[in-house]
Ligand binder design. Structure first.
Ligand code: HEC
Length: 214
């Protein structure tokens, strides 16, 4: 390929990548339990009617510190080991919205941009000059503005906080064993440090004896 053509193609692609990056708001996902718990609450109130999280069970929410009373109210007569299935039947959702709401268990990993994408999508609703609903990140989305950010002014910050909590919970859900892995990592490092110290002491002892023999 001619150099100038290559440069032109490269320039196009990088400009596009840049544009996509610009559209997403960067957020810091919280790994704090209180934020994740708030996220569970918000997700059960605002999203669970339409969306399933089939890889997450009610029992997992108990493990996050959600109280028994709340959990019992959410699961009704379903067992604690039941997955979080949407309240609306898939067919009804398709009838109502023209599309089935996707499962959210792994959503943060499924989309380019991850947590930033999901957050930007949730807070990306606006009202077009013609008074129609729009979304900056997914313009033709069939999902309504469930957090009600489009017309919000005073409550905007509150809604953004809510979206951040939800995304923090969704990030936890997409990789629930991350915290455990990090803890295990510390144990492994501590173990290796102790082992190194011990081996060093043994080595010194052996060499001390050898030096004496000489
Ligand atoms: C009234 C039903 C309904 C509710 C409530 C709802 N959604 Fe959706 N959601 C949908 C539908 C329908 C789609 C499919 C949209 C499409 O692809 O056009 C969707 C799609 C999505 C997507 C995928 C977007 C993509 O890139 O494909 C995410 C993420 C999402 N919803 C998150 C949420 C979260 C988080 C909540 C709670 C704050 C929520 N939704 C509440 C109906 C709903």
């Amino acid at each position: 390929m001619k150099a100038w053509l290559q440069a032109a193609v490269l320039c196009c692609f990088s400009a596009q990548a840049w544009a996509a990056d610009m559209a997403l708001e960067k957020i810091e996902v919280s790994t704090e339990l209180v934020a994740i718990e708030r996220g569970v609450d918000a997700m059960m109130n605002d999203c669970h009617s339409c969306h399933s999280m089939k890889y997450i069970k009610y029992r997992d929410l108990a493990g996050l510190g959600i109280g028994k009373q709340k959990l019992d109210a959410w699961r009704g007569d379903q067992p604690v080991d039941a997955p979080l299935l949407a309240q609306i039947a898939e067919n009804d959702a398709v009838q109502a919205y023209g599309k089935a709401p996707p499962d959210l268990s792994l959503m943060v990993q499924a989309r380019d941009g991850g947590a930033d994408y999901v957050y930007s999508y949730l807070v990306g609703y606006y009202v077009t000059p013609e008074g129609m609903p729009g979304n900056h990140v997914y313009p033709a989305t069939r999902m309504p503005d469930v957090l009600g950010i489009a017309g919000a002014t005073a409550q905007r910050g509150e809604i953004q906080g809510r979206a951040r909590d939800i995304v923090s919970f969704l990030s936890w859900a997409a990789d629930p064993h991350q915290a455990e892995r990090i803890r295990l990592g510390y144990y492994v490092i501590a173990y290796l440090l102790v082992l190194t110290t011990l081996l060093y002491a043994v080595k010194r002892q052996i060499w001390a004896r050898l030096n004496r023999v000489e």
